[in-house]
Design a protein around this ligand. Structure first.
Ligand SMILES: [Zn+2]
Length: 661
């Protein structure tokens, strides 16, 4: 179910903080929010030292009503969102801000990154720290004490430790404090029902809209068990609270000690399992240890490996392998020109970045575990945590921690997987089987034409006595392996469990939607004369394609060449397919669904996605759900609901050799 999450935004430590150059600034903040009018009054008292000027940003919707410098009214210089204030000297000075504004009403424009800024509505207020609703420093870390007053019936919650709360006849007042300096506070207000679980020195809460209250206990239970799990494997949970907050906007955001999740998403099963585990773990990776973005973002891939992947591995080796295959499958769909080195990944702004920053990085940690062993990997991770918690860390820091734990130089490993784009390509060359006094002598050539890679390749040899697995080192373009067995060999297979990150061969990759949607050369064909259908189809194409769709007509696309996205109606389908020399796959059920989406390949191997709907309304019903199914080969819909989906079966790939023939 990664697909639905893929449409959300997941960015822990949402802002990319500059390196801490100045000491942390301490804020004492009082907020009064009138939820009926969205008016907000913010008083912020802070102390700065060691500077000649104080430079800060402020959200555009806020105005400075007054500013006192050591008790004297002053006026900062303003340009756009930037403010400057000269300080008399580098000693400690106190600044007192009074800010006033109206939190902008939520509109549909604010759904997408990077415009995910402060917003208000009847069902909740969102004031993320990166939007500078308190003066945002030019760099460095923030510590704060924040008191928020909201009308009774509303609840306010913020990043930081909840130190007190009070309910009077008219208002609800709550106070939050940082334990360690970090990012500026993020504030969430809404007509929430609060459920709580205390234990092990932690306070866990859900702030849910009323309709979600029945799910609160399940969430508290799940969050608790994930926190326990990661405490044991990594080190103590770095905060004193963890909250799950229901969001009126369709997001999945991670902040220190809380996660803010779209209210429509909270009831979905994947959210309280994989996605919640992922968000909980970001408190270690991304929040308490923040990312040094200059050398790339290691936190998403590490979190994916230790949360999403580890949960799959809990279900058994097969589930773990299918996740690795899915990552390889997604990578195979990435056109070479959109590939990038891991160190170039900072945050997920499109699908292509996810394929590298989440999947490839997670796969690299899988290979690292195999290279140095589970014990050294776990030690390395704990060492990294101890050294860097409440600090910023880079890929280099991770490498040092793993080298220390493993007692070996890993420069070659990190350099080949992080600094270059691309991946090894494996295939089998000639083979021979001869019988002599020693037994059966099997020789197989393994080809890996992309130079500069070194890795452990598991191979398996099956004889009439059974299957044995071996690890061999590949560090050349041609590797000859030889086995001597007492009984007759039957099969040889390289990488039988998909343990190596590599470019799959086309015969290992049944087409999926993403083969077409990630390819900027894809031609979109709309087979209809109906204006309304055509408009809906153009809209759908824009939602599906990762880049701007390129429209073409059926006649022009008859020459085999590019990948295709064909959008048509059921009654025209056969005619269109015939024109393009394509066939509806026989694996699909005969019954007609209101809409069907499936993949195939053209004669030259180019991938095709066919979207066929009974009518315009059925086509429109795909707008929301279909973009979530990029990893599938086919999806069948009835009235906008996906009733059936899957990946076409994989034929035995290029790394399998039948030795008996
Ligand atoms: Zn994440």
């Amino acid at each position: 179910m990664r697909c639905i999450l893929a449409a959300l935004f997941c960015f822990a430590g949402a802002q990319q903080l500059a390196q801490a150059s100045s000491p942390a600034v301490e804020h004492s903040i009082e907020v009064v929010l009138k939820t009926d009018t969205a008016e907000i009054l913010i008083k912020d008292r802070l102390r700065v030292s060691g500077r000649e000027r104080y430079q800060f940003q402020l959200a555009a919707w806020l105005g400075v009503e007054s500013l006192l410098l050591d008790g004297q009214e002053v006026r900062p210089l303003v340009q756009g969102l930037e403010y400057w204030l000269a300080l008399p000297d580098r000693n400690t000075h106190e600044l007192q801000f009074t800010l006033r504004g109206e939190v902008p009403a939520r509109d549909s424009q604010q759904k997408s990154w990077p415009a995910l800024l402060s917003s208000s509505g009847d069902d909740g207020f969102f004031l993320p720290g990166y939007d500078a609703w308190i003066p945002r420093d030019e760099g460095g870390r923030t510590s704060y004490r924040l008191t928020v007053t909201v009308p009774v019936g509303q609840r306010a919650v913020a990043t930081g430790k909840l130190v007190s709360e009070q309910l009077t006849e008219d208002v609800y007042i709550s106070t939050f404090e940082t334990l360690n300096p970090g990012e500026p506070p993020s504030l969430f207000v809404g007509p929430y029902q609060v459920a709580e679980r205390l234990g092990n020195g932690l306070r866990l809460r859900t702030y849910f809209h009323e309709d979600l209250v029945p799910l609160a206990e399940t969430y508290l239970e799940a969050a608790d068990s994930y926190i326990q799990r990661y405490q044991q494997s990594i080190g103590d949970y770095p905060y004193s609270d963890f909250h799950v907050i229901s969001a009126p906007i369709p997001v999945g955001l991670g902040f220190p000690n809380l996660t803010y999740v779209g209210r429509q998403v909270i009831p979905l099963p994947f959210m309280r399992t994989r996605s919640l585990a992922h968000e909980v773990l970001h408190n270690w990776w991304g929040n308490a240890v923040s990312v040094d973005y200059a050398s790339g973002n290691w936190a998403e891939g590490l979190t994916t490996y230790l949360a999403d992947y580890a949960l799959a591995a809990d279900q058994g080796g097969e589930a773990a392998q299918s996740m690795r295959i899915k990552w390889l499958r997604d990578y195979a769909a990435l056109p070479a020109e959109r590939d990038q080195p891991v160190t170039a990944f900072t945050s997920k702004q499109h699908q292509a970045a996810q394929v590298i920053g989440y999947n490839k990085v997670a796969f690299i940690f899988h290979m690292l575990t195999r290279e140095i062993g589970q014990a050294a990997f776990d030690d390395g991770l704990r060492g990294f945590w101890q050294k860097h918690k409440h600090d910023t860390a880079s890929w280099r820091d991770l490498q040092v921690a793993f080298e220390r734990a493993a007692g070996q130089d890993l420069d070659w490993f990190f350099a080949q997987w992080l600094l270059r784009s691309g991946a090894p390509r494996l295939s089998l060359g000639a083979h021979s089987v001869n019988q002599d006094e020693a037994g059966f002598r099997t020789r197989v050539e393994i080809l890996q034409p992309v130079t500069g890679y070194r890795f452990q390749l598991p191979v398996s040899l099956t004889t009439v006595d059974g299957t044995r697995q071996y690890d061999i080192t590949i560090d050349d373009t041609l590797t000859l392996v030889e086995f001597v067995t007492p009984t007759k060999p039957l099969y040889f297979q390289a990488d039988p469990d998909s343990d190596v990150f590599r470019r799959l061969h086309q015969n290992e990759t049944p087409p999926i939607l993403r083969d077409v949607t990630l390819d900027p050369e894809t031609r979109t064909l709309i087979a209809s004369n109906d204006a309304e259908f055509t408009a809906a189809a153009r809209n759908l194409a824009s939602r599906l394609m990762d880049t701007q769709p390129r429209f073409d007509n059926l006649a022009a696309a008859q020459q085999p060449g590019n990948s295709l996205l064909l959008i048509t109606t059921h009654d025209r389908l056969n005619e269109d397919l015939k024109l393009l020399g394509l066939k509806r796959p026989s694996a699909l059920p005969k019954v007609a669904y209101s809409a069907e989406v499936w993949t195939t390949r053209r004669a030259n191997g180019a991938a095709v996605v066919v979207v066929s709907a009974a009518n315009t309304n059925d086509l429109k019903s795909l707008l929301r759900p279909l973009p979530h199914y990029g990893g599938q080969s086919y999806v069948l819909f009835e009235a906008g609901r996906a009733l059936s989906r899957g990946i076409w079966p994989i034929a035995r790939g290029a790394l399998f050799r039948d030795l008996g023939s």
